[in-house]
Structure formats: structure tokens, C-alpha cells
Design a protein around this ligand. Sequence first.
Ligand code: ADP
Length: 489
Amino acid sequence: MNSTYPDSAEQLLRTLPTGLRIGGQSVPSITGAAFDVTDPATERTLTSVADATVDDALRAVETAHSAASVWAATPTRERSDILRRSYEILVERTDEFAMLMTLELGRALPDSLAEARYGADFLRWFAEEATRINGRVTTSPGGTGQIVVAHEPLGVCLAITPWNFPLAMGTRKIGPALAAGNVMIVKPASETPLTMLALADVLTEAGLPAGVLSVLPTSNAGGVTGAILSDSRVRKVSFTGSTRVGQILLRQAAERVQRTSMELGGNAPFLVFDDADVDAAVEGAFAAKMRNGGEACTAANRFLVHSTIAEEFTTKLTEKMAALRLGAGYDAGVTLGPLISADQRASVAGIVESALASGARLRLGGKIPDGEGFFYPPTVLDQVDAYAPATREEVFGPVAIISTFQTENEAVAAANSTEYGLAAYFYSRDIDRCKRVATALRAGMVGVNRGIISDVAAPFGGVKMSGIGREGGSEGISDYLDSKYIALT
Ligand code: ADP
């Protein structure tokens, strides 16, 4: 697929910040090294960014540590105002951020516009939360005095973000960390560092003091983050990414007993009961599957549909998937962009092949198009056994895998038969069933007759191997605060 960049993209590429962000400045790496950022639609280099080394990481910790006490003592109203101004600047630059994300991540522009708004909204939400960090005072039941509970920032925090939501996964961590009075070092995914560097510029423009936020793109993720976590001045790591890397970070954080927030993998079931509104379920299924081109940890990964409505559901979902237009995300009219990388595409293709090998039927797609770019077509597979190996893996691509069930118990058992527990969805018009199934599903988030559940005001997070901690809502800020009990007479 041959694409030329729109004028707005050319302009952006000329003006992007590409240095490390340390001490409020854009600086080269100590060694002068840089690495390339690739456009997944053309496989060509977009630009290159400074490549942080372990020494750069230590410099960032030093700078962060020296900014920490002043920021912690900054009135919450001032912290709030800076976050609010950042939100306003981001909103003004929605189109620019959307284009930037599409360039480095590949996905279709409408999805990037949605993230630009969603990502900005975390800054607004946590600007509001900043001034509502309330403690409490109670009298000891034994009459021995007063219990005063105050909340204090942790200090230097490390955030490690993934490529699939390069803005929102940053603001969801930076917003609460800074609102609560912490300073933060962000290590963005090496596939998508540009959005985070541009975001750091926005925060500086909004008045954030130097050193409060550092950004370290690197091709040596393990080395750089390992060095940061081995410094005992660093008190927390917040990570969004794979369970495998989350486990490595949990082990590292154990050394210095650092706080952790882990948003890890998912394997979301999407159940459609025979009393569901099938058209609404198809709409919800399409949204839950195809948001971000399927590259979301909350994406519906396995559809479990009552056998009596399975054919109607599958036919309608297939029609919607077939109507997607595959192409470079920045081309007009495109609704499905490429995947992030050749590896990611090979993983998606492997899952489809595994399903077909175990007897699935191909209803749509399944064939990698010729030409440049990491494209994979919208694909629908049905007649998949609910426990087939293909249902055990996180697809992270535009592939709908459909199984059937006969009874509610069978559906819930299949839905829960995974080590993950991030999101789960179901459709039913029976209120008793809705209450029963919402309770029975083992997931941190359950969508009832809804395909999109992410909301800045809601606690996002998983159970089991999907993670620890919550982001967003009022819960999101408590993950960045320590409680201090002060005993008074
Ligand atoms: P994905 O498979 O979606 O790329 P990863 O968990 O590999 O998910 O990546 C998520 C983030 O974790 C990225 O910023 C990546 O650079 C970073 N990362 C990868 N390996 C490590 C590691 N060993 N230690 C710390 N961060 C890592």
C-alpha cells in the first residue's frame, strides 16, 4: 500500500522534539546515540530519537529527586492549574496529537482522535482530583487520643508505558502522580516515543517546573528501567504492558520494596445470551473488538454466543468487520490501520492458523495482503472450541474468534477459564441474569450491555494475572499516596 503523508504530517515530522526530556530540557543521550521510529504503514523511518543509556537514567533520577520536595510542597491548587492548562493545550492540539499517534502507531485516524480526547481527559480529571486529597480525623475507640490520617506523595515514580495507547497510558499515570505531588520518570515504548516527548512539551508549556517530569526513550528498556529501580530514592513503578515484563518488574521492585501498579495482559470474554438484543450485541462486539484496531488489552478476545443466535450474530458481525477499510491510518476514509510491527502481525497470524488447525471455520479475512506495511485484514473465525489453544492467547489484532454455548453456567465457566481477569463483557436483557453474571465473572471490569467501558472517572485494572492496582477514578490517585497516621493526644 503506497502512501504519501498529508501536509499536516510532514509539518509535524519537521518540528517534533526528539531529545531525552531531563530537567525540563530536550537533551541528547550522553553517548549521542539515537534509534529509529518506524511508520508501520510503510516500514520506513519517520525520524530518530535520542537513545537513553543507564547513565542518562541516573541523571534523570538525580534531577527528579532534587525537584521532588519542592513539587510535593507546591499547593495542590497550583498543581491542579498546571494539569488543567495541559489539558486545555492538548485539546487545542487534538488533531496534531492524533496525527502523531497515527504516524508512529499506524492505527486509523478516527481511533487516534478518540485517544487524543481520552488521553487529555485524564489530565482534566486529575486536575480536579488534586485538590480533593482528603485525610481524616477520628477519636480512638479506647479514648487514648486522636487518629489523624494524612496522605503524602511517594516521591520519585517510574512509569513504563506501552505502544498501543501512547498518550492515554502516559496521562493516566502522569496525571495522578503529579496531582498527588510526586515526580515522575517515564520510559515510553520504543515503538512510540514521539507522543510522550510531545506531551512533555505540553506540560512544560503549561508551567510544570523543570525536573518534575522526565522522559527517557530507549532501545535498552530492561537496562534503563533496571538502573532506575535499583536506586532506593525511586519509590514506585507503574507499568502497563505484558504480564511477562510485569513479572520481571515485580521481582525488581521487591528488592527495595517499591510500590507497584501493574496493568498487564487480558483475555476478555464477550458473552451473548439468547435473551440479548442481538443488534445491540453486534454493535457492542464490534466496538469491544475493533477499538484501536483490536490492539487493546480490554479488547474482546473471545466471543461466547448462545448457539440459537450464533449464526445471526456471526453474520452481522462479519458484515460490519468486512466494511472496514484497511490502509495507512492517515489516509482519508481508512478505518483500520496496520499492526504495530512484523512480530505483532506474525503473532496474530499464528493465532488464526492455530484456530484453523483445530477446526475453526474462516468467515472473513485471514490472509496477509501483499506489499509494504504490517497490515492484517479484519478476520472472523467461528466454530472455535471455547477452550481451543487460540482462545488462550491475547490476539491484539482485528480477529474475532467465536464459540458457542448452551447454558449460562457453561458460558460463565468458559469465560472464567483463564489466568487473566482484566475486562469481561456480556449482553442480556434479563435483569436477574445481569446481576448474577456480573457477580460471577472474575474480572476487574465488567461491561453489561456495553462494548466500551474505559472512563477516566472509573477504576481501570485487573484481577489475577492481569495486574495490581487501579488507574483512573478516585482510586487512581490513592495508588500514588502513602497514608501517614499521626497519633495525637
Ligand atoms: P508489548 O509486548 O505490548 O510490547 P511489553 O510488555 O513488551 O509489551 O512492553 C511494554 C513496555 O515495557 C514498553 O515500554 C517496553 O519497552 C517495556 N519493556 C520491555 N521489556 C522490558 C524490561 N525487561 N524491563 C522494563 N521494561 C520493559
